[in-house]
Design a protein around this ligand. Structure first.
Ligand SMILES: [Zn+2]
Length: 233
């Protein structure tokens, strides 16, 4: 299956936090989108591997993407090495997306920056004929980084006003990870009520700055161009 957009995340909830509104919006517009999580987030303080898998399945249904896979790289310990690059190259050549969305280049969790680097490297290398995987070469045209924990200034935003409720619904599928007043597990920085409020506030604040109610921000890996200034209206 050929995809229009392939989204990578180091951990199963990264994509929901960073760019689920944009995914839902583009699915509505008929684009084919897949998500590949690099790890299962097994080092997370709250929940278990099993609960995290169940939460991911639930959220994937809310999003409605064409596919979601997991590379089963080691949470916290995966490296941007030859073995992992080849594994991602194979996925990029298999799904042939024009657009890649990936983690922020620098974030609180070190896996996010590494996931971002690994993705960028694999996208470039997937276009080299001499790296043989018995597949046709393919190099995605655009790589955009979504913003997650740190407040990074975006290069552009996507209006997700119509998609904000569903974005929050997908995030809250990760019941063990985020604010849940009934949970008896240790509180973490992302399970506090404040964190959930900050997700809403960031979308609202980016919306305020770009003349809509809610928005998601992205950093571009290359210089952006438009054919007409009217495209920005
Ligand atoms: Zn993460």
């Amino acid at each position: 299956m050929k995809l229009d957009i392939l989204v990578f995340g180091a951990h199963p909830d990264d994509v929901e936090l960073g760019c689920s509104g944009t995914i839902i919006k583009h699915l509505k517009n008929g684009l084919k989108i897949g998500i590949i999580d690099l790890s299962r987030g097994e080092l997370g303080t709250r929940g278990t591997l099993e609960t995290r898998n169940q939460e991911t399945i639930k959220s994937t249904k809310v999003l409605g993407v064409q596919l979601r896979e997991n590379m089963d790289f080691k949470d916290g310990l995966f490296e941007n090495n030859e073995e992992n690059k080849i594994k991602l190259i194979k996925k990029i050549r298999e799904y042939r997306p024009e657009i890649i969305l990936t983690n922020a280049p620098n974030d609180r969790h070190p896996d996010h920056g590494r996931s971002s680097e690994l993705t960028i490297d694999a996208c470039f290398l997937a276009g080299l004929e001499k790296i043989e995987t018995n597949q046709k070469v393919w190099r995605p045209k655009y790589i955009y980084h979504y913003i997650q924990f740190l407040n990074i200034l975006p290069d552009f935003v996507v209006d997700i006003t119509e998609e904000m409720d569903k974005k929050l619904e997908s995030i809250l599928c990760y019941k063990t990870q985020f604010y849940n007043p009934d949970s008896k597990e240790s509180e973490t920085i992302i399970s506090s009520e404040d964190f959930l409020e900050s997700v809403k506030y960031r979308a609202r604040d980016l919306g305020r700055q770009s003349d809509c109610k809610y928005a998601e921000g992205f950093i571009s890996n290359q210089t952006l161009k438009v054919n007409s200034l009217k495209d920005l209206i």
